[in-house]
Write a protein that binds this ligand. Structure first.
Ligand SMILES: Cc1ncc(COP(=O)(O)O)c(C=O)c1O
Length: 369
């Protein structure tokens, strides 16, 4: 690393104009083959929220009249469901991120109820829950949010829902991207409008600015951070449903996913092995399968103040997101959700980082006391 370069682990991605031009030229069409699906069984959107809204309003509106949502979720999902003007209710998820099928069963009223569930952090639910979901799939529609499992190797072979939705922009810093998958039906008859809005433009410029900043350029960090915030706000306010941008489509198809997956998988294992003896850190998913491409390493921070610890890490250049801060529905009605979200932290282990970076994270964590 050159002296002028900035050191940080985590946070939004960056890319340079040089990256973009070489990746666009080198379009390998790698996405669909890697996840194991035909492109015609998918629709690519600007965001996952668009995929959810489009599915509910345009593909299944006459099949469902209510949605059951998991109590542990990103509030953006509740917002998009509210914007669809469809009735919804929450079912319980416990502190190990397992669906409470007894609560779910009690809340199911009839075949018009659609069940939305999330593959948390790229890991599957225990077998008895999968069996339960497979059974209710005969009478009720299942929407599976695979934002965290979309880049598991051959991901589509393990999906059980009627539809899958995922955000594609959390993995490599493409400006926009979300996907809807129906393994059994061709979706190519659904045509979307193209468009570039503030959400896209702010993120695109933000990624380029962050690249210059990390390489030592005279860029004020607050400017690109506010562009990223601005992008999220613009999306929440406008919720424009667009086709994925051509730039993101080409970038997505130029990625070596096997390399991306194995780097994340390796970094994850290294962190798990070395965080083992730290008493205030508990890893939620200790066993990772060879095919799992983790979004990050979720841990529970025990007996110390999670927010102070997180501040300390970011002061030392390690940026850990919180998946997730609950919304007003789940915070007040589900104790597990509010307890879990006060203690959880996601440690970055993505493809940008090497074993040296993982060692730095471990050393920094150990030095907290
Ligand atoms: C599990 C999950 N689903 C859906 C979304 C929404 O994705 P997008 O921001 O692409 O709309 C998110 C966003 O963080 C998420 O974490």
């Amino acid at each position: 690393m050159k002296e002028s370069e900035k050191f940080e682990i985590g946070g939004e991605y960056n890319y340079s104009i040089e990256n973009i031009s070489s990746n666009i030229l080198e379009n390998k069409n790698s996405l669909f083959e890697y996840i194991g699906i035909n492109e015609s069984n998918t629709i690519l959107f600007n965001a996952c929220s668009s995929a959810i809204k489009y599915l509910i309003e345009n593909i299944i509106p006459t099949t469902i009249n209510r949605i059951l949502l998991p109590s542990y979720l990103c509030s953006c999902i509740t917002e998009v469901i509210e914007a669809c003007n469809i009735e919804f209710e929450f079912y319980r998820v416990n502190q190990s991120l397992e669906l409470d099928i007894y609560d779910l069963g009690n809340k199911l009223k009839g075949s018009g109820d659609c069940i939305f569930f999330i593959n948390y952090f790229g890991f599957s639910q225990p077998q008895y829950i999968i069996e339960y979901l497979n059974k209710i799939k005969e009478t009720n529609l299942l929407i599976e949010d695979c934002t965290h499992s979309i880049f598991n190797k051959d991901a589509c072979s393990r999906y059980i829902g009627h539809y899958q939705v995922a955000s594609l922009r959390k993995w490599t810093g493409i400006p926009d991207g979300g996907i809807l998958i129906d393994k059994n039906n061709d979706l190519s008859r659904y045509k979307l409008n193209k468009g570039y809005d503030e959400f896209f433009v702010s993120r695109f410029i933000g990624h380029l600015m962050k690249d210059k900043y990390l390489k030592g350029g005279q860029i004020d960090k607050n400017i690109f951070l506010s562009l990223f915030n601005n992008a999220e706000e613009a999306y929440d306010n406008e919720m424009n449903i667009f086709k994925i941008s051509n730039i993101s489509y080409k970038l997505l198809n130029s990625i070596n996913y096997k390399k991306l997956m194995s780097k994340r998988n390796q970094n994850y294992k290294f962190l798990v092995e070395n965080l083992n003896e730290i008493e205030y850190i508990e890893v939620i998913f200790k066993d990772i399968k060879e095919y799992t491409c983790p979004i990050g390493l979720p841990v529970i921070v025990k007996n110390i103040n999670r927010d102070k610890f997180r501040k300390y890490l970011s002061y030392n250049g390690v940026y850990c997101p919180i998946h997730w801060i609950p919304d007003s529905y789940t915070n007040t009605n589900f104790e597990d959700t509010s307890i879990l979200s006060k203690k959880i932290l996601t440690i970055p282990c993505d493809q940008r980082y090497s074993e040296i970076d993982m060692k730095y994270i471990i050393k920094t964590i150990k030095e907290y006391y």
